[in-house]
Design a binder for this molecule. Structure first.
Ligand SMILES: Nc1ncnc2c1ncn2[C@@H]1O[C@H](COP(=O)(O)OP(=O)(O)OP(=O)(O)O)[C@@H](O)[C@H]1O
Ligand SMILES: [Mg+2]
Length: 375
C-alpha cells in the first residue's frame, strides 16, 4: 500500500497486516519506507505548479533576439512573466522549507551569520556576502536587494536564486563550488556556499601563465559540463561565461608545483531537461546562435557553444563574439589566434549548427588528444 504525503510529492510504502488473537483481530502497519523526491521530480520542487514550478520555467525564458542583444555584455538574460514575490513568500518558501528538512540541506538561522557589510561580488541576480557557517567562513548568496526595482524584477532575482538552490542540491563535483545548504529565514533565501578564494576567470586569463595552466582550466570546465550533462535527466548549465567561473591557484602534487583550480560558481539559469520543454537564458557574447531565435528549447549543445567561447577566451584572452552579430546565418569564425593544435576542437564546439557540436565527453576526449600533438 502506498500512502501519499506532502500533497503527493512524497510516498510512504507500508505493509498492512492482520493478526487473529483470542480476543479478536489486530490491524497492524509495518515496513514503512520513505521515498524522497527523485531527480526527475525537480520540476516539482514546489508542488503547486502554478506557483514556483511555473516560475522556474518562466523566470529563465528569453525574449526574441533583438531584445537580448540590447542587453549589455556579460549580463545574464531572463524574462519577466513570473508570479509576484508575494506568492514565493507566502506559499513556496514554506514548501521548500519542508523539502530542505527532508533532504538535510536546510541551515538553521542560528548556524549561519551574514556580514551584509562585506560584498564578495555581485551579478545581475545575486549578491555575495561573506559569512560564517557554524563558525567557519563561507560565502552567502542572496537575491539582490529589490528596493529600487519593479516587482517583476524582484521576482526574477528571487526566482533565479531559488532555481539555483533547486539545482545545487543535486550537484557534487570537484570543480563546482561547494553548496553547504540554504537558510530560508524571514522569507529570504540565502545560499550558503564555499568561499572561493580566487579570481574571476574574466581577470585570471590576463595573468602571465604557462600554456598548460590554460589547458588544465579548459579540461576542468569540460569535466564539469560532462558531469552535468551525464546526470539523469541531464542538467544544462545555461550561462557558461568567464564571470561565472573562478580560479584558485593551489599547490598540487609533489614538489610544491602550483596549479590552477577551476570553480564554476553560478547556476541561476541552469535547467534540468525533463519531459517539459524549457527555453534557455544566457549572456550576450556567450550564447549559442540558435538561442536568438524564438521558441528554441534548452539543449546540452547550447552549453557546448558557450564552452567553445570559453576555450577561445582562455586561450587567446579575447572574446570571440564581442562585435559579431550572433544570429544564425550571419555567423563567422571569429578572428583571433587559436593555435592549430587547439583550434579544431574549439571550432567544433562553436559550430553554428547545434547538432554538429561534440558532446561534452567527446570534447573532453578531443581536447585531451590535441594536447598530445605537437604545435
Ligand atoms: N562562492 C563564491 N565565493 C566567492 N565569491 C563568489 C562566490 N560566488 C560568487 N562570487 C562572486 O560574486 C559574483 C556574482 O556571483 P554570481 O555570478 O553567482 O551572481 P549572479 O547574480 O547569479 O550573476 P549573473 O549576473 O551572472 O547571473 C561573482 O562574479 C563572484 O565575483
Ligand atoms: Mg554570475
Amino acid at each position: 500500500m502506498t500512502l501519499l504525503q506532502n500533497e503527493g510529492r512524497q510516498t510512504l510504502d507500508a505493509q498492512l497486516f492482520i493478526v487473529r488473537t483470542h480476543q479478536g483481530f489486530i490491524l497492524g502497519i509495518a515496513g514503512i519506507k520513505e521515498q524522497l523526491p527523485a531527480m526527475s521530480d525537480m520540476h516539482g520542487f514546489v508542488p503547486q505548479a502554478q506557483c514556483l514550478g511555473q516560475a522556474f520555467a518562466d523566470a529563465q525564458s528569453v525574449g526574441d533576439g533583438s531584445q537580448s542583444l540590447a542587453e549589455p555584455a556579460e549580463t545574464s538574460v531572463a524574462s519577466s512573466s513570473i508570479p509576484t514575490a508575494q506568492v514565493f513568500k507566502e506559499v513556496d518558501i514554506r514548501k521548500i522549507h519542508e523539502i530542505g528538512r527532508h533532504e538535510h540541506w536546510l541551515v538553521h538561522t542560528s548556524e549561519v551569520s551574514i556580514d551584509f557589510t562585506t560584498v564578495l561580488g555581485e551579478g545581475g541576480f545575486g549578491i555575495l556576502h561573506s559569512g560564517s557557517f557554524c563558525g567557519s567562513p563561507v560565502a552567502v548568496k542572496v537575491a539582490k536587494d529589490a528596493v529600487s526595482h519593479t516587482s517583476t524584477e524582484i521576482d526574477a532575482k528571487l526566482a533565479s536564486v531559488v532555481n539555483e538552490l533547486r539545482i545545487f542540491r543535486f550537484l557534487r563535483h570537484p570543480n563546482i563550488v561547494l553548496f553547504h545548504g540554504a537558510s530560508l529565514a524571514n522569507g529570504r533565501v540565502a545560499l550558503v556556499l564555499e568561499n572561493v578564494k580566487g579570481q574571476l576567470l574574466t581577470h585570471f586569463v590576463f595573468q602571465d601563465m604557462p600554456m598548460w595552466w590554460r589547458e588544465s582550466i579548459i579540461l576542468e570546465l569540460l569535466s564539469v559540463i560532462w558531469y552535468m550533462h551525464s546526470q539523469d535527466p541531464p542538467v544544462v548549465h545555461g550561462d557558461i561565461k568567464s564571470s561565472n567561473m573562478m580560479v584558485e591557484v593551489r599547490v598540487a602534487g609533489v614538489g610544491n608545483v602550483l596549479k590552477p583550480h577551476l570553480k564554476v560558481i553560478d547556476f541561476g539559469l541552469s535547467r534540468v531537461l525533463g519531459s517539459q520543454p524549457q527555453t534557455l537564458g544566457g549572456s550576450r557574447g556567450w550564447r549559442a546562435p540558435e538561442l536568438h531565435q524564438q521558441g528554441i528549447m534548452a539543449t546540452t549543445s547550447a552549453d557546448m557553444f558557450s564552452a567553445g567561447c570559453a576555450m577561445f577566451f582562455i586561450l587567446t584572452k579575447q572574446m570571440p563574439f564581442l562585435e559579431t552579430n550572433l544570429n544564425v546565418g550571419q555567423w563567422t569564425w571569429p578572428p583571433g589566434r587559436v593555435s592549430t593544435r587547439h583550434g579544431p576542437v574549439c571550432k567544433q564546439c562553436m559550430c553554428p549548427v547545434a547538432e554538429m557540436r561534440p558532446s561534452a565527453v567527446q570534447a573532453h576526449a578531443l581536447f585531451n588528444q590535441c594536447l598530445m600533438t605537437s604545435e
